[in-house]
Design a protein around this ligand. Sequence first.
Ligand SMILES: Cc1cc2nc3c(=O)[nH]c(=O)nc-3n(C[C@H](O)[C@H](O)[C@H](O)COP(=O)(O)OP(=O)(O)OC[C@H]3O[C@@H](n4cnc5c(N)ncnc54)[C@H](O)[C@@H]3O)c2cc1C
Length: 549
Amino acid sequence: MKKYDFIVIGSGIAGLTFAIKAAEMGSVAVITKEKMFESNTRYAQGGIASVIDKEDKTYLHFEDTLKAGAGLCHKNAVKLTAQKGPEMIKLLSEWGVDFDKTKSGSLELGREGGHSKSRIVHVHDYTGKAIQEALVNKVRENSNIHIFENCMGLDLITDHHLPEKTISGSITCYGVYVLDKNNEITTFLSKITLLATGGMGKIYLHTTNPAIATGDGVAMAYRAGAAVGNLEFMQFHPTAFYDSSGIRFLVSEAIRGFGAILRNNKGEAFMKKYSPELKELSPRDIVARAIDSEMKKEGKPNVFLDITHKNPNLVKEKFPLIYNTCLSYGINITKELIPVVPAAHYQCGGVIADLNAATNINNLFASGEAAMSGVNGANRLASNSLLEGMVFSLTSLKLIKDKKILNSAKIETSIPDWDDSGTFDEKEWIYISHDKREIHQIMWDYVGIVRKDLRLERACNRLNLINKEIEEFYKKTKITKALIELRNISLLSVLITQSARFRKESRGLHYIIEYPEKNEEWLVDTIKINNRFIKRPINDDGFTSILRK
Ligand SMILES: Cc1cc2nc3c(=O)[nH]c(=O)nc-3n(C[C@H](O)[C@H](O)[C@H](O)COP(=O)(O)OP(=O)(O)OC[C@H]3O[C@@H](n4cnc5c(N)ncnc54)[C@H](O)[C@@H]3O)c2cc1C
């Protein structure tokens, strides 16, 4: 049994910024599934959106975000995020991130789809790696932060685990059960727990996300009684590098901002047919659907991005990561077209969290991609997520400090160890890999970019069955990382599919053939808690109290 003031689950931007600041108030444990360096954060290419230029204004960033979010953004959350941009960039610079500068020494600003101004602060095309490195270094040098690598949060510890189960309304989180690489389970107790476990792209066949992105935090929180929401809004990045061997990596939209053109297999530039004004600079959902439609029309597995008309030296200078990675797969992007396919990229939904990242479970906070803060609405604006993760991790700490939550919360020591009696060693790996493949394919075919009632119904039936089988298997089998991940992606695939069936309209990232238009009646968040759906009006400030009931 280990005890800390704060437990942080996840070592991406949301987890590490929280850890650095929380360490000023108490002891912190950072629990992370693989090495500290591994996260979605480290793969971010484009950069961080922030109002820096004199010509740019906070309200423009605010409005661009609302426009992308298609009516479902929570205005207060967006306002806070846009306002805090410059402060977060300053903090990251102080912590050692060397953002690109112009010759005059000011921050160099990129432009991305959906942004009305150039406001993307970046480090070449490997911004995430630069941020991750700086944060990991900062955490490592802090003696108040204890790092647990290759340790996986398995389930949150709540009142349900108390020997005397006295659950009277609200639930409290006391920490997390953690599986280490030797398959030993340790009880980690804390006063405050932050879920910062990132996204869930690994539910789908094609994804830009790394292997860690199995949505563990959201699944754990839902099982513990947290409200989760808007899971139907999965963002598909329009352009992941396509290779028949299954290799996928992100080809950032910064390259489209720089002038790259999308071409089909006949070489035609097709975006003007779908979005005559913004063409390649349209929001991601429009570009992804256009590509999906061209691929289906042509019966081909990919389309192409063309940057060959640009100065080769400039291309190499601006996009060293993309240039070198494509080259390693035999494509010189200054001379050849880049094969691309849409891929699951970012989950707009997640654990419902308020402006202070608080969830409906006491002492449990959620931030970053695992959370639904209200910033993204029905579609995320590019380069808002690194910023969002940082902003809400830091506002949560302000609340904890102002309300002296650390003084009132206590470490609950009557929690029993994990009980795995009755489980047996199972060497039948085939179950896990088969179930995983099946889930990936069902989600891609039936719950992907363009949805249909009948497909969703089929997916629900099949996924429910798989989920039930996995739950049975889980109860009887010795727990491993692979099995926990399978259990999590299985639960989340059911929740995503149910949410997609629940919303009877098309909005933002959720496009369903039977309801192709937006519908005012659906200007709501779809929240799922304890097996039931609640429609929550946008900007309902009382939402926490509704959910805490
Ligand atoms: C290829 C790519 C490019 C992107 N480009 C941009 C961009 O340019 N700008 C932008 O703003 N956003 C971008 N995004 C999105 C952005 O990177 C993520 O949304 C953001 O980094 C999420 O940060 P996070 O801290 O919430 O989670 P992550 O950075 O994903 O970190 C999650 C952490 O949790 C750990 N973890 C997960 N499950 C468990 C568990 N059960 N137990 C313990 N630890 C666990 C993981 O190992 C990881 O350390 C990009 C995403 C990808 C994939």
